[in-house]
Design a protein around this ligand. Structure first.
Ligand code: HEM
Length: 222
């Protein structure tokens, strides 16, 4: 069980770092821009802004899940959390603009646009609960937010599989605008429910439980 958990942790860190670092190439004008992306009506200047914010959030997200960082270096957890929040805000707002300009049409706009809205909502809710010291709710909302940040990884996995499927690229791309994030959010929700069953009265994982109603110190002043 511990081995399985560690392997999943390593996979999470490596996949997030890989996609984030490769995405940073847009900031330096390196490598080709896929035609489907350069045709986006708002690519200039929103793509660079989107990559700067979203890829930073993706790079930081696995670190925030490490229990060692949370318990041994809470200051780091809080500062990285603020940078994550800023990255999600910049990445989410610019992602919504890019969704509106997608050359793949209204279905892709709906898929990416709703992802942007839910991403901004879950991240803001996570911060809101943390700022009030409601640590269990904070964790539940941040797990939802991370599952959506991870859409950047799942999207690229599905795009790699797409050419092997007997469907037109554009149809597949439109489906992926939803498939890259809805299953992630469902898995996050199932995980949170499992933790709740294991620790009734909390939204935290087993081992993180404290008496129901007990709060951690608020974030202010850290
Ligand atoms: C989770 C909320 C996100 C939303 C709503 C979103 C939205 C979008 C949209 C609409 C596009 C343009 C697609 C098109 O024109 O068809 C795009 C492209 C892109 N996004 Fe995001 N995105 C999100 C997360 C991320 C994350 C976390 C990264 C981190 C690496 C990222 C990196 C990129 C890159 C590099 C592109 C350019 C296309 C490519 O090279 O594959 N996005 N995004």
């Amino acid at each position: 069980m511990a081995f399985k958990r560690r392997s999943l942790g390593v996979l999470n860190v490596v996949s997030c770092a890989l996609v984030a670092l490769v995405s940073f190439r847009y900031l330096f004008g390196l490598g080709p821009v896929p035609p489907s992306i350069s045709q986006n009506a708002f690519a200039d200047p929103w793509l660079v802004l989107h990559v700067a914010g979203a890829a930073t959030a993706l790079l930081l997200s696995p670190l925030q899940l490490f229990p060692q960082l949370r318990t041994r270096a809470p200051r780091w957890h809080r500062w990285l959390g603020r940078v994550y929040m800023l990255g999600c805000t910049v990445g989410g707002v610019s992602g919504a603009v890019l969704a509106w300009g997608s050359a793949a049409g209204p279905v892709a706009t709906a898929g990416f646009g709703s992802l942007a809205f839910v991403w901004l909502y879950t991240t803001t809710a996570g911060w809101w609960h943390a700022a009030r010291g409601r640590i269990f709710q904070h964790r539940a909302w941040m797990v939802r937010s991370f599952s959506l940040t991870y859409a950047a990884v799942t999207l690229r996995v599905y795009l790699a599989i797409l050419p092997a499927l007997p469907i037109a690229f554009l149809d597949g791309y439109r489906a992926i605008a939803f498939l890259c994030w809805v299953p992630n959010l469902v898995i996050a929700e199932l995980l949170i429910r499992r933790w709740r069953w294991a620790s009734p009265g909390t939204a935290g994982a087993p081992g993180m439980a404290s008496p129901p109603g007990q709060m951690a110190p608020p974030l202010r002043g850290s």
